[in-house]
Design a protein around this ligand. Sequence first.
Ligand code: FAD
Length: 339
Amino acid sequence: MRDAELQHRNTFGVAARAPWLVSIDDAAALPRALRTGPLNDGIALTLGGGSNLLFAGDPTGAVLELSGRRIATLGGDGEHAIVRADAGVIWHEFVMHSLAQGLAGLENLALIPGTVGASPIQNIGAYGVEVRDFVHAVEAFEPASGQWHRFDNAACEFAYRDSRFKQSPDRYLITAVEFALPRAPALKLDYAGIGEELAAMGVSAPTPRTVADAVIAIRRRKLPDPALLGNAGSFFKNPIVAAAQAEALLAQYPAMPVFRGADADTRKLSAAWLIDACGWKGHRDGDAGVSAAHALVLVNHGGASGLQLLDLARRIADSVHTRFAVAIEPEPRIVGARW
Ligand SMILES: Cc1cc2nc3c(=O)[nH]c(=O)nc-3n(C[C@H](O)[C@H](O)[C@H](O)COP(=O)(O)OP(=O)(O)OC[C@H]3O[C@@H](n4cnc5c(N)ncnc54)[C@H](O)[C@@H]3O)c2cc1C
């Protein structure tokens, strides 16, 4: 499609256009499509559901969408099933499909917007679970080398909201993901009110399906629905700082939440707490704002441009840095501008 409108393809709902939008259903057709037609000049952006993007400008070249939606069970053993899903499968539909097959693991990740293909990019996570825990392999095509790759879990270099794919946007076009899903559940209920929600639902013997229902209910209550109020979920990642800096901050701000880091020398701080402490919750500049319910969520009240939202995000980050000497960084990809 030439001169494609992207406003309805990003959950912030900001206006953007691309010179071309090319949708490819069959991944096997990718190498040829990259040699001919609009993709021949390179890919400016690989687009999934547009739920982790901010268009601060228009993509300057062709946008690629991998739209294949097949799901297949490849095999497995007594403990796990290996399930392969094309990049274009809607993430939440995949979660519900796996639960309907009697497979566990993804219940805490229910209702995260977007596609299967994007799920390994930032190692999506919620309610104490990350997708890295279940990724068996990622299939990808690398346009620069013309090579197909199959990355096993270790080769994906997963970290908190990060992976090798996020480090090099558009280098690898993820065409499918294989998941190793446990047949016996190991439920994680001790995070962000899941246990309380189940109790309120009257569930005394939780199953993966009822945990997913609890997660869905909590998310519907807490997060603004992008169909009603444009947003990209959490706009900032929780910052990782040296343990000594966390201790010094804690001495000054005893109420500040501090979490374990990936190793003994680091700690994770709550970006939401830092932003809230700087007074941003519910702030509004025209149509660009911060959710009144959730300090981490930037919102588009209707007509905000991507640049207005980016400007607000920069001012929030500057104020956190001035007050706490902590750098917070955006979680979504910013298209058309540098952070
Ligand atoms: C209301 C709301 C709640 C959210 N909650 C969470 C949450 O709890 N946890 C969480 O981790 N995230 C959350 N997010 C963020 C978002 O849902 C995830 O990051 C999701 O994985 C993005 O998927 P997408 O298909 O929309 O990707 P897009 O936004 O389209 O793309 C994101 C990035 O992935 C790249 N990409 C997409 N598909 C491919 C592909 N096939 N190959 C190569 N690169 C690709 C894009 O180029 C871009 O760099 C939330 C967002 C919203 C709006």
